[in-house]
Write a protein that binds this ligand. Structure first.
Ligand code: HEC
Length: 179
């Protein structure tokens, strides 16, 4: 074997190695770049159709007022338990987180002397008629944005009507129900 032959053989071997290793590396790279089709386990997820609920009708205080003649102050007393952590209801009762609510129906808004009402409450027009109370107690945040009563509201119409006739009785001289 002359030098030329040796070179050819070595060359052939090197070329073969290059092909073998070269293509292996290429396969590695391809495999690494593509990875498995879906990494991890595919967890079957059932598509849940969005509930086809009617959009809630906008709140209408007139519906609450219509329920007042048949509403129950006793049931309203039960609902008022939700208010008692922040409000007293007896005449001259003390201030808690919220103002005392004696005589609230018909009372001037934000009028309890010395209570630190929010600007939002002080500047909101109107006084505490049944209608204003219904709107506020249904959704305090939406009715008077920025007021500081941390209470979600009474969403059930009948429950809200019961609460209003209970509040009406917190008075020496309960105001007449609206006509
Ligand atoms: C977590 C405490 C909290 C709860 C619970 C709460 N309130 Fe209040 N309430 C307040 C605060 C504080 C204010 C004063 C809001 C302001 O000035 O922005 C307020 C204000 C009021 C006012 C206006 C009083 C006024 O003098 O103008 C009424 C009416 C009222 N609340 C009724 C209720 C009723 C009825 C409930 C129960 C269904 C209730 N609140 C539950 C804290 C509370």
């Amino acid at each position: 074997m002359d030098a030329f032959e040796v070179n050819k053989t070595v060359g052939a071997v090197l070329a073969a190695l290059l092909v073998i290793f070269g293509s292996r590396t290429m396969l590695d790279i391809i495999a690494r770049e593509h990875g498995p089709e879906k990494p991890g386990w595919a967890i079957p997820v059932k598509e849940v159709a969005a509930p086809t609920k009617e959009p809630a009708a906008p709140f209408d205080a007139a519906q609450i007022l219509a329920l007042l003649p048949k509403a129950s102050p006793d049931n309203g007393h039960d609902t008022f338990k939700k208010c008692m952590q922040c409000h007293t209801s007896d005449k001259g009762g003390r201030t808690l987180t919220g103002p005392n609510l004696f005589g609230i129906v018909g009372r001037t808004r934000a009028s309890m002397a010395g209570f630190p009402y929010s600007e939002a409450m002080k500047t909101h027009p109107g006084n505490w008629t049944f209608e204003e109370l219904a709107k506020y107690l249904h959704d305090p945040k939406a009715d008077i944005p920025g007021n500081k009563m941390a209470f979600a509201g009474v969403k059930d119409n009948a429950e809200l009507a019961d609460l209003l006739v209970f509040l009406r009785k917190l008075s020496d001289n309960p105001p007449p129900l609206p006509q």
